[in-house]
Design a protein around this ligand. Structure first.
Ligand SMILES: *[C@@H]1O[C@H](CO)[C@@H](O)[C@H](O)[C@H]1NC(C)=O
Ligand SMILES: *[C@@H]1O[C@H](CO)[C@@H](O)[C@H](O)[C@H]1NC(C)=O
Ligand SMILES: *[C@@H]1O[C@H](CO)[C@@H](O)[C@H](O)[C@H]1NC(C)=O
Ligand SMILES: *[C@@H]1O[C@H](CO)[C@@H](O)[C@H](O)[C@H]1NC(C)=O
Ligand SMILES: *[C@@H]1O[C@H](CO)[C@@H](O)[C@H](O)[C@H]1NC(C)=O
Ligand SMILES: *[C@@H]1O[C@H](CO)[C@@H](O)[C@H](O)[C@H]1NC(C)=O
Ligand SMILES: [Fe+2]
Length: 470
């Protein structure tokens, strides 16, 4: 019996889903795999405002929504951010390591209004000149209610520095979001920093984009992001463009709340920038800022790619929100215009992997490119290309919009694995030649890998690392 016959009979059966039934089953098609893993069909709903994860920390003017991100190009600085609500309070961060004396860094406070919402006092303080590979403790809320956290700085930038990134996208604040975050935290692969591919709170789903849901999101993720940096990418749910209520400045809540070290990489905007971390060079792009020729983002990226020194940072990773290769019937071809502008560069500069979100499901591509087309030659099909990146859609964090389940059929050749389940991934860099990647669906145990791949570095070890039989 052909596997495909089985696939079509199962497709009908899959629509009648038995609640709570967990069944793993793979279908091989055109070399790629469409998982027919069946998940429960409970609706994806946001956690109510009085949920445990949204609890306001006790004490007068207690800092809440504490979050950190990398604060410079090399990983020797950290931006510490938090919100106070009773009064501005102190923006000082007190920090120390086991063998250093306590130091203080000063920061700034910002506030904003959004329709009839007024934000709390948003603090951003950059702690600089840290030692690599060192655990630091830090305290915020000095003078009122103090809260203490810690973080570990990355190893010094260099070609063999091993490091594990977590990958989360389109998280939101539903019960499923909470499961995704819990699975990330308890994954024995132990992510050391999160590459977040956009769409944070989904506050814009509420009446007047109720920014209270930005605050609840900040409190929800604090349990991870206060202790390890999350590297931010702007998604469409960060735009908060609402002319019907007079809010016409895009990214207003996001850009007040989430600061990134964009100036350190010569960028003129927080929506595109780069950092080095351990042996990785990470380029963050904005699907929702102009990227055509002559635009600031285009000019920045054109100058940025030649600066990447693969002898120093072998792993070249790009983050964006809207995927270029996506075989779901959601947001279909939304990434196409940016692909047309930039894909040639990604092949020329041998990007190892591109992570995107936006589509609320999981998909991993083969190494493919589609750069031969010139309007008249008709060569417009993606082809296997060992110089091209692997494209991974990891928009399956679990937000209230629910799963994207409708896929284009048949599965295109370029698609190596796709599955409509919530989850997260880890990218575990071992050395300059090898990285182990795995995707973890929420229904499985914490250690289970639903999809995995050994990445061979495109600069140091550019041999075929595809997971499909040719
Ligand atoms: C904002 O306006 C909405 C109705 O449009 C109302 O329900 C809400 O309570 C108001 N919020 C504030 C903080 O005034
Ligand atoms: C969220 O997950 C945490 C950790 O598993 C759990 O303690 C908490 O009760 C959950 N909250 C909700 C509202 O599901
Ligand atoms: C690239 O990095 C290597 C290793 O750090 C260094 O020796 C080399 O000088 C750098 N090349 C350039 C052009 O900066
Ligand atoms: C909020 O999300 C739900 C689920 O996707 C959708 O049906 C609804 O239209 C959204 N509401 C707004 C105001 O965006
Ligand atoms: C899946 O998407 C296609 C293309 O948009 C549409 O024609 C089809 O009706 C959808 N199927 C379901 C089950 O929603
Ligand atoms: C790099 O890591 C891979 C996977 O752990 C290992 O097989 C290989 O020997 C390592 N290379 C070096 C030079 O250590
Ligand atoms: Fe999105």
């Amino acid at each position: 019996m052909g596997v495909l016959d089985l696939a079509s009979s199962r497709a009908a059966a899959a629509t009648i889903v038995v609640l709570g039934l967990v069944l793993s089953f793979g279908v091989v098609c055109n070399g790629g795999k469409t998982s027919s893993f069946v998940r429960k069909v409970e609706k994806t709903v946001d956690m109510p405002l009085d949920s445990d994860v949204f609890k306001v920390p006790p004490g007068y003017n207690a800092p809440q929504q504490v979050h950190i991100t990398q604060g410079d190009q090399l990983g020797k600085a950290v931006i510490v951010s938090w919100v106070t609500v009773d009064e501005p309070g102190s923006s000082s961060v007190l920090y120390w390591s086991a063998n250093s004396k306590k130091k203080k860094a000063e920061g700034k406070i910002t506030t904003y209004k959004f329709y009839n919402y007024t934000s709390g006092y948003i603090h951003h303080t950059t702690v600089r000149n840290l030692m690599f590979n060192t655990k630091y403790y830090y305290v915020v809320g000095i003078g009122h209610t103090e809260r203490q956290f810690w973080f570990i700085t990355p190893p010094e930038v260099g070609p063999d520095a091993s490091y594990t990134f977590g990958l989360i996208g389109d998280l939101g604040q539903s019960y499923d979001s909470n499961k995704t975050l819990t699975h990330y935290e308890l994954n024995p692969q132990k992510g050391q920093a999160v590459l977040f591919v956009g769409d944070l709170s989904y506050a814009d789903n509420y009446t007047n984009h109720d920014n209270v849901r930005w605050d609840t999101w900040g409190r929800f993720v604090e349990r991870s992001v206060a202790y390890q940096p999350w590297i931010w990418t702007a998604g469409n749910h960060e735009i908060d463009f609402a002319p019907e209520i007079g809010e016409t400045k895009p990214f207003k809540p996001y850009s007040h709340r989430y600061h990134v070290p964009y100036k350190a990489s010569g960028s003129t905007s927080p929506f595109w920038y780069s950092i080095k971390r351990a042996s990785a060079y990470i380029i963050v792009l904005s699907s929702y800022s102009a990227y055509g020729k002559y635009t600031p983002q285009y000019k920045w990226l054109e100058e940025e790619l030649p600066k990447v020194n693969r002898s120093e940072t072998p792993w070249l990773i790009v983050l964006m929100h809207s995927p270029w290769y996506n075989s779901y019937n959601y947001h279909y071809m939304e990434g196409e215009t940016m692909r047309v502008m930039y894909e040639r560069w990604f092949v020329t500069y041998k990007v190892d992997v591109v992570f995107a979100g936006h589509v609320h499901a999981y998909e991993r591509s083969e190494r493919v490119s589609n750069v031969a087309y010139n309007i008249v030659n008709g060569i417009c099909k993606p082809v296997k290309d060992q110089y091209a990146p692997v494209y991974i859609t990891i928009g399956d964090g679990g937000n209230l919009e629910g799963l994207a389940t409708n896929m284009t059929e048949p599965q295109p050749d370029y698609s190596a694995y796709r599955e409509a389940s919530f989850g997260h991934a880890t990218f575990n860099i071992k050395n300059r030649t090898h990285a182990y990647y795995s995707w973890h669906r929420n229904q499985d145990g914490y250690a289970v890998k639903a999809d995995s791949m050994w990445f061979f570095n495109r600069f140091y070890h550019p041999v075929d690392d595809s997971t499909s039989a040719e």
